[in-house]
Ligand binder design. Structure first.
Ligand SMILES: Cc1cc2nc3c(=O)[nH]c(=O)nc-3n(C[C@H](O)[C@H](O)[C@H](O)COP(=O)(O)OP(=O)(O)OC[C@H]3O[C@@H](n4cnc5c(N)ncnc54)[C@H](O)[C@@H]3O)c2cc1C
Length: 450
């Protein structure tokens, strides 16, 4: 939807080809199965959506999404200890993924130059190795037909067949890197106990990736309609199960029982749902020596990262924004546009890819295929720096602010290498916290559960 918005001022007409159908309300749908799991939208992604579709954030909040101050409205137990709840400029939006999708979709499609072909599957590209001229589509399993286009944007997500479609055009396969920790997600939605303070904080208990044992995590997000979505996850050897009783027991096995205690206070509304679609995978389309004009890919199709860091939607949104910027700068669909846009999209995804892949390489039993020197020869040194900075950010407000700007995808990773940042690392810190930093009303929710 955001890619459609990025294109629409530069072309006569945009057609969105969608295999699925859209539900009337904010309901999960088959084509976005991950939509049943917790989705956090960091300010970097939220601002990109707002720039493309002004007014969307207000509409989301009016529909029940929560604006969460990062780290002010968060109770985080990281690998290094409890995080002080420093106030700051950065935020996250929390709501169900279906509500987010519906709100963005309504705004993106509210334009005469954009339409959607639902129940229609793209199954190949038209053109040759120098130029893509459209897509092959079929509706509800019917016969294949050709849809001509001056530009094709692949936004078909993790399951994209683009690599094969390119080789069908006679191009060499694009190189890929991957890191797979075997992370399994298990999610259940709850009714929050009556009278909980608003906004209820995001609560997160992270694994310690340095422990040499499988990583187990828990995340509670307050979402619309007084609900909590709780996602538990575990890497290979420490996976959660799909049964309702096992869910609470898994939460109790985390490094702190806070999420297990909150589960006891809440009323379950759904069964537990699981997914294993958590592999980090990057396709280097930007590096294809021979690449056709008229084709751009973005979102999970090009770079899918471990969802535990909550970066995928923000990367997709910033990539659509990068496409729009390239089109504006070029004055529309000019020769070379696709290559320039693909490079800009690769740049957007680089830091999230690196942050996620480098930490996941620490987990036992990971299956990786990486060639990036930052993830091979330099990996240990880079992870050591990340550990030092993240540990300092728990207690040092300036470091927290700078790191939060990076993790919300608001500032580049290089901002952590500046003299100003190194000076911030030397600033006085608060004493480490020894327990969860709960406000009185939040602590009362836990007390009532016990
Ligand atoms: C369990 C889980 C939790 C996550 N949590 C977060 C989070 O907290 N924060 C965050 O930012 N990100 C999160 N993500 C990542 C996020 O879901 C993705 O990054 C994001 O959805 C990518 O958007 P996309 O448009 O590339 O693909 P998708 O959102 O997957 O959309 C793909 C679309 O293409 C359609 N489609 C697929 N194939 C075809 C075809 N051949 N023809 C026509 N249509 C097709 C599908 O029906 C769908 O509509 C999570 C992911 C997972 C798996």
């Amino acid at each position: 939807m955001l890619a459609a918005r990025a294109l629409r001022d530069h072309v006569d007409h945009v057609t969105v080809v969608e295999r699925d159908t859209y539900p009337d309300g904010p309901e999960p749908r088959k084509g976005v199965p991950q939509g049943r799991h917790a989705h956090i939208l960091w300010s970097g992604g939220a601002e990109a959506i707002e720039a493309l579709l002004p007014g969307t954030l207000d509409r989301l909040c009016a529909a029940g999404a929560h604006r969460i101050g990062v780290k002010e409205d968060m109770v985080l137990y990281s690998a290094y200890g409890w995080q002080h709840r420093f106030p700051g400029a950065h935020y996250a939006l929390t709501c169900s993924r279906p509500l987010l999708d519906r709100t963005v979709r309504e705004a993106a499609l509210n334009h005469p130059g954009t339409d959607v072909l639902t129940r229609t599957e793209a199954h190949g590209l038209l053109g040759d190795r120098t130029s893509v001229t459209g897509v092959r589509v079929r509706t509800s399993g019917g016969p294949s037909r050709e849809l001509a286009a001056d530009i094709v944007v692949d936004a078909t997500g993790r399951g994209s067949r683009l690599r094969h479609w390119l080789t069908d055009l006679g191009l060499p396969p694009a190189t890929e890197e991957s890191v797979d920790t075997g992370l399994t997600y298990a999610t259940r939605v709850f009714r929050a106990p009556a009278g909980v303070p608003r906004p209820f904080p995001v609560v997160s208990v992270y694994a310690d990736h340095r422990s040499g044992t499988p990583g187990r995590n828990g995340l509670l997000l307050p979402i619309e309609d007084d609900r909590w979505i709780i996602t538990l996850s575990g890497t290979r050897g420490g996976e959660p199960t799909a049964d309702d009783d096992g869910f609470a027991a898994f939460a109790r096995s985390l490094r702190d029982p806070i999420i297990a205690d909150l589960i006891e206070a809440a009323e379950p509304l759904t069964p537990v749902r699981t997914t294993r679609s958590t592999l980090n995978r990057r396709m280097h389309l930007d590096r294809l020596a021979d690449r056709p004009e008229g084709l751009v890919a973005l979102g999970d199709c090009v770079v899918a990262v471990n969802p535990i860091h909550g970066h995928g939607m923000s990367v997709a949104a910033q990539s659509a924004r990068a496409l729009e910027t390239c089109l504006s700068r070029a004055g529309g669909l000019k020769p070379g546009l696709a290559r320039t846009a693909q490079q800009a999209i690769a740049a957007v995804a680089d830091a999230p890819w690196l942050l996620s892949a480098s930490q996941d390489l620490c987990y036992p039993g990971n299956k990786s295929s990486v060639s990036d020197p930052r993830l091979t020869t330099q990996a240990a040194q880079r992870q050591g720096f990340a550990d030092m900075v993240t540990s300092a950010s728990l207690v040092n407000e300036s470091v927290c602010d700078a790191l939060t700007a990076v993790t919300t995808l608001t500032a580049p990773l290089s901002s952590l290498e500046t003299p100003e940042f190194l000076a911030a690392m030397r600033q006085p810190a608060r004493p480490p916290l020894t327990a969860a930093p709960l406000k009185d009303a939040e602590a009362a929710v836990l007390r009532a559960a016990k």
